[in-house]
Design a binder for this molecule. Structure first.
Ligand code: GLC
Length: 482
């Protein structure tokens, strides 16, 4: 037993620490192009989704058990280092075996949804299946699932169902993360051959029957999720290298991963038709595969350089990893709030990554930061939610948004830790209508302002200057001059 634990720990430390040192070809780049959907229901949902601005992506799977990088350690690419005293095959065997240790007896999806709601998040994306193929829903297609291990007799064994229900009850839009590649499937990584990298390990042109079986399996699993798990808003498809060969472009090549000569085409049109029949208006996010099934773009771990005039979302981790890893470094709530402000001013949404622990609870550091973010949004939310972009959206430490329906513009002033508040705040090019009020949303007070040489100058109320509370950002609402 002790030996096993030490070995587990060792794997975790070695695999994990080495992953950081390298450039990460597992990070999806931002797409170059965008195609607006034509289906009116999809357009409508997209517009609703663009109002939400802040979502939560939960990575929870086998990798959470030892607390290591999500799935990737299984992949034999040379940016992933392992200790040479363990063979690749040994590692794989150990990893697949984690299935018997995954028993999240404290799984409490209502607590997750409560934490998400408190944070001011409005939509959820949950990993139903990551690249390792381990299913967090009760699929009929494989036994490699949470509902078939030590957790199988738990009333919430069909984990995804309870996660979706809990967030739905709190009015979240619901998204299913699903990995197109499945490294556990014998029709993706055929055990007859070595598995050299992230791709399927046989020439699909030579073995079309095997690939067709894989396609059918993928179609069936997505079918289960779309038909048996309640109302679904987003199908978030990860693993962008699984795509028709003709869609391979410079961005894909920039990943640095090998792209095989054959086409890993899973027939998205058929999947989309089936999925939207079950879930009319469903947003499909086939990451980085431009066209009708990438309804919004998903730059990862970064914010695009400027505004984009189509729907997009930055997915970013709250800590350093998507899943739970012991002693991970958590970003500060101020950092996340600044990120959210910048993302909103550039017209996007922020999907923040949280990794629950193997017992089913959320890390305390995540819960406390989420509460702090929520406190800020409680007051300043109008400057973020339901907003769209304005021209000249950024001046020094100020970002601007607008709410067209309310006829208001917002200025959000980013403050650094321990920064003393200036007595006045000013900006140009965003004039306020004469005789109207400017309100500091952060405190709820009406502020004194004047307009001088094309600049708005706000005098901060003394209450704010002497306040002991340090705000990560102040926001102001104003009626723009016509
Ligand atoms: C990347 C990673 C994947 C992770 C996803 C989340 O695609 O490779 O492991 O789940 O980003 O955005």
């Amino acid at each position: 037993m002790m030996h096993k634990i030490i070995k587990q720990l060792f794997f975790t430390i070695v695999v994990f620490s080495c992953l950081f040192a390298t450039a990460q070809p597992n990070v999806h780049p931002q797409s170059e192009k965008y195609e607006w959907p034509s289906d009116p229901l999809v357009k409508q949902k997209l517009d609703q989704w663009q109002n939400l601005k802040f979502g939560m992506i939960i990575h929870w799977g086998l990798y959470s058990v030892p607390g290591m990088i999500e799935s990737w350690a299984l992949c034999s690419e040379d940016w992933i280092n392992r200790d040479s005293s363990f063979t690749y095959d040994e590692f794989k065997k150990w990893y697949w075996g984690l299935k018997k240790d995954f028993n999240p007896v404290k799984f409490d999806p209502d607590a997750w949804a409560t934490a998400g709601k408190r944070a001011g998040m409005k939509y959820l994306v949950f990993t139903t299946k990551h690249h390792d193929g381990f299913c967090m829903f009760d699929t009929k297609e494989t036994d490699f699932k949470i509902s078939n291990g030590p957790f199988k007799n738990n009333p919430k064994a069909d984990v995804a169902k309870y996660v979706f229900d809990a967030f739905r009850k709190k009015d979240f839009m619901i998204g299913a993360y699903f990995s197109k590649p499945d490294w556990h499937s014998e029709n993706y990584w055929w055990p007859k051959y070595a598995t050299a990298d992230r791709n399927n390990n046989y020439d699909i042109r030579k073995f079309p029957v095997r690939w067709n079986a894989y396609k059918q399996y993928t179609y069936n699993q997505i079918g289960e999720l779309m038909n048996q798990y309640g109302a679904m808003d987003i199908l978030w498809l990860d693993g962008g290298w699984v795509r028709p060969r003709e869609t391979v472009n410079a961005e894909v090549l920039s990943w640095g991963a090998r792209i095989p000569e054959w086409s890993q085409d899973i027939n998205m049109p058929a999947i989309a038709t089936m999925a939207r029949k079950a879930q009319p208006g469903l947003l499909i996010v086939d990451r980085t595969v431009h066209g009708p099934y990438e309804n919004y773009q998903t730059p990862e771990q970064k914010i695009p350089a400027g505004q984009l005039n189509y729907p997009w979302e930055s997915c970013m981790t709250l800590a350093n990893n998507w899943g739970w890893v012991a002693n991970d470094h958590f970003k500060s709530s101020a950092k996340i709030i600044h990120t959210l402000i910048e993302v909103a001013a550039k017209g996007g949404s922020l999907l923040l990554g949280i990794g629950p622990k193997p017992d089913g609870t959320l890390p305390e550091e995540a819960v406390s930061r989420m509460a702090e973010i929520g406190q800020w949004l409680d007051k300043n939310g109008p400057a973020i939610y339901n907003t769209r972009t304005v021209k000249d959206f950024h001046q020094e430490n100020i970002f601007f948004t607008q709410n067209q329906k309310l006829g208001l513009q917002y200025a959000m002033v980013l403050l650094q830790d321990n920064q003393l508040l200036p007595a006045a705040i000013q900006w140009k090019n965003h004039a306020a209508k004469k005789g109207t009020q400017i309100i500091c949303l952060t405190t709820g007070e009406t502020v004194k302002w004047k307009q001088k040489s094309g600049k708005i100058i706000i005098t901060l109320p003394s209450s704010l200057l002497i306040s002991a509370i340090k705000y990560p950002a102040l926001s102001f609402s104003f009626v723009p001059a016509d």
